[in-house]
Design a protein around this ligand. Structure first.
Ligand code: KG4
Ligand code: ZN
Length: 361
């Protein structure tokens, strides 16, 4: 079955054609148009601008994704997200399903982020085509039960996936999402929108030598780190970054070699360390509690270098397997929407309405 999947929850307009492949899905086409350059001018998302850009891009993006493929069903993200943006994808999907007389499948955008881990990579497909003996290994998809950490601009959740369909929320942030904290920290540091990738880049410019020399001057809190529960909090770290930035001139005056750029990089490094430490600790606490087979990382912040590396090490040290999507499937895309539609199908009538505040489970 080939599914056309549509994604328009925020500032990306995306369409993909995917089909099932072993226990996962294979991507036939994956097209993403982003209005991020436009949002940069405003230093953040303006919902009205995002929605208008969605209208411009949706038909060209779908046309490019389909490229003559026969489609068996149409899937669309119907929430969470911005109402204006969601409407464009949802209405387009409804019209296509109606015109083509094909089933309409509705997809929760956060569940789609998780299901990006079931996208079978090109390498796996090559192995399958070469008829390798090791069947178990070439479908490199998560084994359940698994603990999932979902980190995006609006959500930070820990979930237990007992089966493809049975998911339970087991913890998460009580205030800001991790991605939101990255974006706000970037803004405080004068880095452009979207902030997450910029903070990531700045942090990775700090050499180990520079870090060891300066790290005691850059201490941020790790909220709830020693709390036994699976609750997290990121608003305090962000507030501490604001205080740190206010004292910038004092640190710069006291350190002759430090430039504004190296100061920014060091704050970005400490901020990334603090957020990653909390995320890794809470995920491993969930592992301890629920004894899963695997750990899955997903969402836009799953692109973060330090988080990918340190969580992988922690998970593998505990003897479990770690899964994270390829970078192109971490941020918003439609291939993940197709993966969710195929592996957790949810049919919908043609009166589907967006649900801007849908939760991950
Ligand atoms: O999942 P996503 O693309 O959209 C939502 O569903 O929210 O996540 C976007 C978030 C933004 O906050 C962005 O700054 C953050 O993911 N992000 C990153 C990185 N790449 C994107 N945060 C940290 N490091 C990154 N490399
Ligand atoms: Zn997203």
């Amino acid at each position: 079955m080939k599914v056309l999947a549509i994604e328009s929850t925020c500032d990306e307009t995306a369409a993909a054609v995917v089909e099932s492949f072993g226990g996962g899905v294979r991507v036939i086409s994956n097209v993403v148009a982003s209005s991020v350059e436009m949002q940069k001018k405003y230093g953040g998302i303006v919902p009205e601008v995002a929605a208008r850009e969605q209208i411009k891009s949706i038909i060209p993006v779908i046309t490019e994704a389909i490229k003559g493929e026969e489609i068996d069903a149409v899937a669309v993200s119907y929430g969470p997200g911005l109402m204006g943006s969601l409407l464009i994808g949802v209405e387009t999907a409804k019209v296509l399903a109606w015109a083509w007389k094909k089933p309409l499948l509705k997809v929760n955008h956060m569940a789609a982020h998780v299901m990006a881990n079931w996208i079978v990579g090109e390498k796996t497909q090559e192995l399958k085509n070469s008829r390798t003996q090791d069947i178990e290994n070439f479908y490199d998809i998560p084994h359940l039960p698994a603990v999932g950490l979902v980190v995006s601009g609006g959500h930070t959740d820990l979930i237990l996936l007992e089966s493809l369909l049975k998911w339970t929320w087991i913890g998460g942030t009580r205030d800001d999402a991790a991605g939101e904290a990255f974006d706000k920290t970037a803004r405080l540091l004068g880095l452009p929108y979207p902030g997450g990738p910029e903070v990531d880049k700045a942090a990775s410019k700090v050499t180990e030598e520079e870090w060891n020399l300066n790290k005691n001057k850059f201490k941020l809190p790790r909220p709830l780190l020693h709390d036994p529960g699976l609750e997290m909090s990121f608003s305090g770290i962000k507030a501490a970054v604001a205080r740190m930035v206010e004292n910038r001139s004092q640190i710069l005056d006291n350190s002759s070699q430090m430039t504004v750029v190296s100061y920014t990089n060091l704050v970005a490094r400490e901020f990334s360390e603090a957020v990653t430490e909390v995320l890794v600790k809470k995920t491993m606490a969930a592992v301890e509690k629920f004894k899963p087979k695997d750990v899955i990382l997903a969402g836009g912040v799953a692109a973060n270098k330090m988080l990918r590396e340190l969580l992988k090490v922690a998970v593998e040290n505990a003897g479990l397997k770690f899964y994270v999507p390829e970078l192109k499937y971490c941020g918003d895309n439609a291939a993940m929407v197709g993966a969710a539609a195929i592996l957790r199908p949810e049919g919908s009538e043609l009166d589907l309405r967006p649900e801007p505040s849908l939760g991950v489970v």
